[in-house]
Design a protein around this ligand. Structure first.
Ligand code: 1GP
Length: 242
């Protein structure tokens, strides 16, 4: 993210699926998020049946954490978020997700340009096929081809994208391998986000240690809300040593 939006230190984001956030459970997880000083609440998904605007309103009722829009498609665009990720799926070759949708979105987004963060979104195959792979109709980069991931991230940075996001996919059976994160970290200077399949504290530690600046947690926190507290305490330890 741009310097003014990204604190320049390790961060944790909680990704909420608008379809799975009933009022009571939303209130619980947001209370936990606030208590452990979660840096961002992310809203969005590959396919949603519920309104993103409504979810952002609900989140704001219960906490003051900045909301980051993570739009899975044009129907999820909202001007209500504090930060809007302008995602380019640079691991794929679907031109709509590289430029087509951006052209359609530009007039809608022109009044909120200050909220935009351009993101090189890189999907890496870490087990079974994920929703984002199917919905985007793109092929993920195989996890045993780190050189392709590194070159893709480098190209994204050279094109001027302000954040690289390594994505294993929501509910992925394995996280992005730390070796890939390390190699990407060594070859780019922009902030690096990592998400997908992170389920325990050890994985959070490994991913931060490998060089991630921002860790995105979704399903793991739905099943075990304590994971968010653990991830934030790992983040705090890294911040102390930064
Ligand atoms: C998905 O990276 C995020 O875009 C989070 O994935 O739900 O598997 O944590 P999980």
């Amino acid at each position: 993210m741009k310097a003014n939006k990204f604190p320049g230190k390790k961060c944790v984001a909680l990704l909420l699926d608008p379809d799975k956030t009933r009022e009571k459970s939303l209130q619980n997880i947001l209370q936990i998020a606030e208590n452990c000083h979660t840096d961002f609440i992310m809203a969005g998904g590959s396919l949603t049946f519920s309104s993103i605007d409504q979810m952002i309103d609900d989140v704001r009722k219960h906490c003051n954490i900045p909301v980051v829009l993570f739009p899975g498609n044009l129907l999820q665009l909202s001007q209500k978020a504090d930060i809007i990720l302008l995602l380019s799926l640079i691991s794929g070759r679907n031109s709509e997700l590289l430029i087509g949708n951006h052209v359609i979105a530009a007039p809608f987004l022109r009044n909120v340009k200050h909220k935009l963060v351009s993101v090189g979104y890189i999907l890496i195959s870490c087990g079974s096929k994920t929703s984002v792979e199917y919905i985007s109709q793109t092929e993920a980069i195989p996890s045993d081809k780190p050189d392709i991931v590194v070159a893709t991230a480098m190209a994204g940075e050279m094109l001027g994208l302000s954040l690289i996001y390594l994505e294993a996919g929501s509910g992925a059976s394995n996280t992005i391998p730390p070796g890939i994160i390390r190699s990407v970290r060594e070859n780019i200077n922009v902030p690096l986000a990592v998400g997908g399949g992170i389920r325990n504290k050890k994985e959070v530690e490994e991913i931060f240690k490998a060089g991630a600046d921002l860790i995105v947690l979704g399903n793991g926190c739905e099943k075990n809300p304590n994971l968010l507290t653990e991830a934030c305490s790992v983040r705090d330890k890294f911040r102390l040593s930064e």
